[in-house]
Design a binder for this molecule. Structure first.
Ligand code: MF3
Ligand code: CO
Ligand code: CO
Length: 251
């Protein structure tokens, strides 16, 4: 399928949806404390999204039962919030917020630390964040999608971590998930050329142990096969001539 190039007007709508999602995630980040449940996060996201005049894109998406994905410790992605899943000091939890505002979707996530965490947890969180930033740095008109996977592969390997290959980033705009698929593993100089006006997410899932994952019987929750920690950060970016605009970055 063809990859959409957004008009300036569409870019502005995407910019506003992305900022809306980012403000909701910031709201969660400021409130979250040890003793809260992932179910609390879901309630905060629903209320904050509603008060912004937006809708949680993930709620009901292919039957997903919540407004936000909350992925704790060995959960790689698509964790379902639950009232009986409490967050304790030392836990890490990825909070993935997608909001629809005025027909456009913005998508971002962060892995948050609850209280003091182990050096191992800090390492995988730090590496996943640096992988996202390194990938953002290669985005510009004319670069190739494979350049993104290549820098993430290289950095993760250098830091003794592995890259999950079953899931990737995605084009975003009038739908949450659009073409292209953005692999977090790849070869520089290969793949589709990025063009100014394209919008997509980059959302590397980085494991402290092996790259293999397993799907739980709820058919959503993805965990590391070896039970080791996993972390993820995500931004929605808009390709420009010079580089990109990180639409989900506040200020
Ligand atoms: N926000 C997620 C992403 O980054 C989408 C998860 S799909 C859901 O692509 F159905 F689990 F919500
Ligand atoms: Co997301
Ligand atoms: Co996404």
């Amino acid at each position: 399928m063809a990859i959409e190039i957004l008009s300036p007007r569409e870019q502005d709508k995407l910019r506003r949806a992305a900022r809306c999602a980012a403000l909701t995630l910031a709201h969660v980040r400021e409130r979250l404390r040890a003793g809260d449940s992932t179910g609390d996060i879901d309630r905060w996201v629903r209320a904050h999204t509603k008060s912004s005049g937006a809708k949680p894109s993930q709620l009901g998406y292919k039957g997903f039962p919540a407004a936000v994905c909350t992925s704790k410790n060995n959960v790689v992605c698509h964790g379902i919030p639950r009232d009986d899943e409490l967050l304790r000091p030392g836990d890490i939890v990825n909070v993935d917020v997608t909001s629809e505002l005025d027909g456009f979707h913005g998508d971002l996530s962060e892995t948050l630390a609850i209280g003091p965490t182990s050096p191992e947890a800090r390492h995988v969180v730090d590496v996943s964040k640096r992988c996202l930033e390194a990938a953002i740095a290669v985005v510009r008109d004319g670069a190739r999608l494979g350049d993104i996977g290549a820098v993430i592969d290289e950095l993760a390997a250098r830091e003794g971590c592995s890259v999950v290959t079953e899931f990737g980033g995605h084009g975003i705009g009038r739908k949450m998930h659009m073409d292209p698929h953005v692999s977090h593993s790849g070869v520089a100089g290969t793949g589709i050329r990025m063009r100014a006006g394209m919008a997509f997410t980059i959302e590397p899932m980085i494991n402290l142990g092996g790259a293999d994952v397993r799907l739980l019987s709820d058919r959503w929750t993805v965990v590391t096969a070896d039970g080791a920690l996993s972390a993820q950060f995500e931004h929605t970016v808009l390709v420009t001539r010079e580089g990109c605009e990180v639409l989900t970055r506040l200020s």
